[in-house]
Write a protein that binds this ligand. Structure first.
Ligand SMILES: Cc1cc2nc3c(=O)[nH]c(=O)nc-3n(C[C@H](O)[C@H](O)[C@H](O)COP(=O)(O)OP(=O)(O)OC[C@H]3O[C@@H](n4cnc5c(N)ncnc54)[C@H](O)[C@@H]3O)c2cc1C
Length: 602
């Protein structure tokens, strides 16, 4: 039976036919791997996700973690699922073999992780944070810190968090107040409050390693005075054994709309005089370090949003194939049996929209994961640098586009279910609630839009966006000489959309360049829509170019699969990419309506 978590055929298509990840095995780092080992890891992930993660997804939603004043109670299935995850080695899936890892490409590791997120996003939240935490320590920690913490994080003995936000400082991290005071022995005493800390307190692991942003007393104001610290819940001795309780206290749990199985905490550091903290890297470079984790986490958030949209789509598809209701407009005879709702054009529209959004987003997130691999392993420095540049410009898109449009896919999945979708008897309402977090955390989508237009589009004289334009143009060129008239037309439409993006970018950078920054950035969210739809159009054309070559000779089931890709590509270009024209017009007009609106006029 086809899984309702994800479509393995589609994942295989993106990995092996579109992105050709097998070619990574030519690099010495992945030389021990092959399609067989990648498939084996994916099979194991699928099995554990279906057997251990999916069954308690609803139970964890209905029984959110409770704080009894001493400890946080979490349903036992969460710990059991995470034990299975760690035992199978997924915490260290992309890590070096010497570190106990599988040394999988990041693209394959992310594809494995997709199954856990699709099955149970809130249980997957614990390893999601731990993996990012370990990567950060692995990159910027001292050798002693790595020895002390990494083996425990990678085996799942310790879990990790990221502590950036404070009650008064969410989007604007330059306003954080948590302060670190130096001790004579080189360690620090940390005092402050952190808000919204996911996985901030629990007994699922022996210890919790908090990565905390704080200011060292006397540091410069703003982002240039922020440092990064490791603050474990229990102090850790040099040999890795646990010491005494650190001065980190749970002030309370936040009660959320979704993602309910992941504890979310207000943490007080230093109520008893100061939490013991170790500086990571150099003072005042904390935000730059944290950005490494955030960029990775942002693609991960996009991936989480994508797979929640994806599983919602598969549930809606299965429902639409079974639910009889009404007759086609051409056949109103009440004596005739009702048709399955999948026969209705409007239901097909909703399903096609979901398919176009989630499969487009999956291709983008895995393409970005491949860029992570390339940035580490591409043969020459130029190729590594290009991968980094593309990642820079695509990260805000990969975070924000899926979290907006795959959330919309979840809304459509509810719509396909009619009234039943609005009840708790069907899982689609939970997918929507879970996914509603993704436009908010890891930098709201509004902040991603400012990052894309205000920083990434203009950085290095526009080097990243020009490279992106070259990549998109090369697919347009391929399409222009292909046999399919439809794809040649798609190529022209994509070229038009790209021209719009580049023209709007030049205009807006001109406006911000002459000092009218508020006006230039006022409609940044629309710019993200414009750029995002163009990027997803590119992903669809790339997929369609593969599909069109194979559809003619494929066997029956595969023929349907490729035909579905071609139809979804046509749908995206006709129904969605056309929106870029209107967005570009609005941006070109420098519309000041939102900017000019006054507080008192609301
Ligand atoms: C469930 C959950 C889990 C989380 N997990 C973590 C975690 O593990 N660690 C952590 O550190 N944080 C975490 N966060 C915090 C999250 O990253 C913040 O909520 C987010 O960054 C927004 O900050 P805020 O809530 O203070 O909203 P605000 O920053 O007050 O933003 C409110 C609104 O104003 C907009 N806005 C703010 N500034 C600007 C601006 N300059 N220009 C335009 N619009 C602006 C925002 O886009 C938003 O729409 C979590 C949040 C939630 C809800």
């Amino acid at each position: 039976m086809q899984s309702k978590l994800l479509n393995r055929r589609d994942l295989d298509f993106i990995l092996y036919e579109l992105l050709e990840v097998e070619s990574l095995t030519r690099h010495p780092r992945f030389a021990e791997h092959s399609r067989e080992t990648f498939d084996a890891a994916l099979d194991t992930a699928t099995r554990i996700a279906e057997e251990k993660f999916a069954p308690h997804n609803r139970k964890a939603d209905l029984n959110e973690p409770r704080f009894d004043g001493i400890r946080v109670e979490i349903i036992p299935e969460v710990g059991e699922a995470l034990d299975a995850f760690c035992e199978a080695g997924f915490m260290a899936a992309a890590q070096d073999i010497e570190m106990g890892g599988m040394q999988l490409p990041w693209t394959v590791a992310q594809s494995c992780f997709a199954w856990f997120s699709a099955a149970n996003i809130s249980t997957a939240g614990y390893p999601f944070l731990t993996i990012a935490n370990a990567n950060l320590i692995g990159t910027f920690g001292s050798e002693a810190q790595k020895r002390k913490y990494l083996p425990s994080l990678l085996s799942g003995r310790f879990f990790g968090t990221m502590c950036l936000s404070e009650p008064q400082a969410g989007s604007s991290l330059s306003d954080i107040r948590t302060t670190a005071h130096a001790n004579p022995d080189g360690s620090y005493r940390l005092v402050g409050n952190k808000m919204w800390i996911s996985a901030g307190e629990h007994d699922l692991s022996e210890n919790i390693v908090h990565l905390v942003l704080a200011r060292i007393g006397g540091a410069p104001a703003g982002v240039k005075g922020i440092s990064l610290f490791m603050v474990p819940k229990y102090r850790v001795n040099d040999d890795g054994t646990l010491g005494g309780r650190n001065d980190v206290a749970l002030a309370g749990l936040n009660h959320k709309m979704g993602f309910r199985g992941t504890t979310n905490c207000v943490l007080n550091f230093g109520e008893q005089g100061g939490a013991h903290a170790e500086l990571v890297g150099e003072p005042n470079k904390g935000l730059a370090y944290m950005f490494q984790m955030m960029n990775e986490a942002r693609i991960g958030v996009g991936m989480g949003a994508t797979v929640l949209g994806y599983t919602g789509y598969l549930h809606a598809l299965a429902y639409a194939r079974e639910r009889p209701q009404g007759r086609l407009p051409s056949s109103k005879d009440a004596q005739q049996p009702p048709v399955k709702i999948i026969e209705h054009a409007d239901v097909k529209r909703m399903l096609l929209t979901q398919k176009a959004y989630v499969e487009g987003a999956l291709a983008l997130c895995l393409y970005c994961s491949l860029l992570v691999d390339r940035s580490h392993t591409a043969e020459d420095q130029k190729a590594r640098r290009e991968a980094d540049l593309l990642l820079d410009i695509l990260t805000p898109v990969a975070k924000a586009w899926p979290s907006q449009y795959c959330l919309e896919a979840n809304s459509l999945a509810i719509q396909v279910h009619g009234g039943y979708g609005y009840t708790r008897e069907y899982p689609v309402e939970q997918f929507y609630r879970d996914n509603r977090l993704n436009p908010i955390h890891e930098g709201t989508n509004g902040i991603q839009a400012l990052d894309l237009l205000g920083r990434k589009a203009g950085m290095n004289d526009g080097a990243a966006i020009q490279l992106l334009a070259r990549e998109i143009s090369s697919v347009v060129r391929e399409a222009s000489v292909c046999d399919s008239e439809e794809l040649r037309r798609c190529g022209m439409l994509l070229n038009d959309a790209l021209d719009r993006v580049m023209k709007v970018t030049r205009n807006l950078l001109c406006v911000t360049g002459r000092g009218e920054v508020d006006l230039g950035l006022a409609n940044a969210s629309v710019y993200l829509d414009l750029a995002g739809h163009t990027v997803i159009g590119w992903m669809w054309l790339k997929q369609a170019m593969v599909a069109v070559q194979k559809v003619g000779t494929a066997h029956e089931a595969d023929r349907d699969f490729y035909q579905g890709k071609l139809q979804a590509c046509a749908f995206f270009f006709r129904w969605e990419l056309s929106k870029t024209r209107q967005w570009a017009e609005l941006l070109d007009s420098l519309d000041p309506t939102c900017l000019d609106m006054q507080d008192s006029w609301f």
